[in-house]
Design a protein around this ligand. Structure first.
Ligand code: FPP
Length: 247
């Protein structure tokens, strides 16, 4: 029986986040430039978006470009930005057919003008869709997001829009880029690295972590289903005991 068929239908995570890693190593293994790995990573994105939509995941957040990635060689950064624009142009019709919406988290204003333009166009085109929301983390890092949220909260306290006593978990949630989204129940990282790398640090407080050695360009929806299968067989206790969960 395929892993997909073994999935428990009413236990599909509402939100899955993925750290797509290993493009460079995949390219090296194939004797090619790093950008070749990124290009092939697009097919993996296509496959997981399709798979997540098919089984009813509501939000899929992909770490496509971190704040720290700006420090990579200019050639690679330019190639990644170009790939992004090209992928959006090529995929929007397909995303429309699949009833997918698009959202972006991160410091969007730091992205090149043409990337911002393409993203806004795609978000607008897909805005009335009701299926999966694909969330691209671009120029994103958790510390950037939290710093930005703290700054805006402080400003709103100063302007007396809120009081310091109003600051609680829900208020902080509402100042994050992920406001309105459920926290990810499952975080996947490919390529055998066991790190979080500044991704959704606040939101993954109770997420299940799944690390796989598969390099991102080799990752397909079947690998996503395998991760979900594993997730469905874990006991999530949220600080409680097993006995409390039974009662
Ligand atoms: C990490 O691999 C991957 C990235 C920094 C970029 C991810 C981008 C894509 C998959 C392509 C475009 C995305 C979309 C959404 C269309 P790495 O370069 O760090 O690999 P390494 O650790 O092996 O060097």
């Amino acid at each position: 029986m395929s892993v997909e068929k073994k999935l428990i239908k009413d236990k599909i995570p509402k939100h899955i986040a993925i750290i797509m890693d290993g493009n460079g190593r995949w390219a090296e293994k194939n004797g090619k430039e790093r950008t070749f790995g990124h290009e092939n990573g697009v097919e993996s994105v296509r496959s997981v978006v399709e798979g997540a939509g098919e089984i009813g995941v509501q939000y899929l957040t992909l770490y496509a470009f971190s704040t720290e990635n700006w420090g990579r060689p200019k050639l690679e950064v330019d190639a990644l930005m170009g790939l992004l624009v090209q992928s959006i142009s090529n995929e929007t019709v397909e995303l429309m057919k699949k009833n997918v919406r698009l959202q972006v988290i991160g410091d969007v204003k730091s992205l090149p003008e043409n990337v911002q333009c393409k993203l806004n166009w795609c978000i607008d085109t897909l805005k009335n869709n009701t299926g999966l929301t694909l969330v691209l983390a671009l120029s994103y890092s958790s510390r950037w997001e939290l710093t930005d949220a703290v700054r805006r909260i402080a400003e709103d306290v100063q302007q007396e829009k809120i009081k310091t006593d109003d600051i609680d978990k829900d208020l902080i949630d509402s100042y994050l880029n992920t406001a309105g989204m459920p926290d990810p129940e499952l975080l996947i990282r490919t390529s055998g690295e066991n790190r979080i790398s500044n991704f959704l640090l606040w939101q993954i407080a109770y997420s299940e972590l799944y690390f796989t050695p598969v390099l991102w360009p080799d990752f397909r929806k079947e690998d996503l289903f395998k991760a979900i299968y594993d997730f469905q067989h874990r006991e999530r206790r949220f600080g409680k005991t097993s006995e409390q969960l039974m009662s």
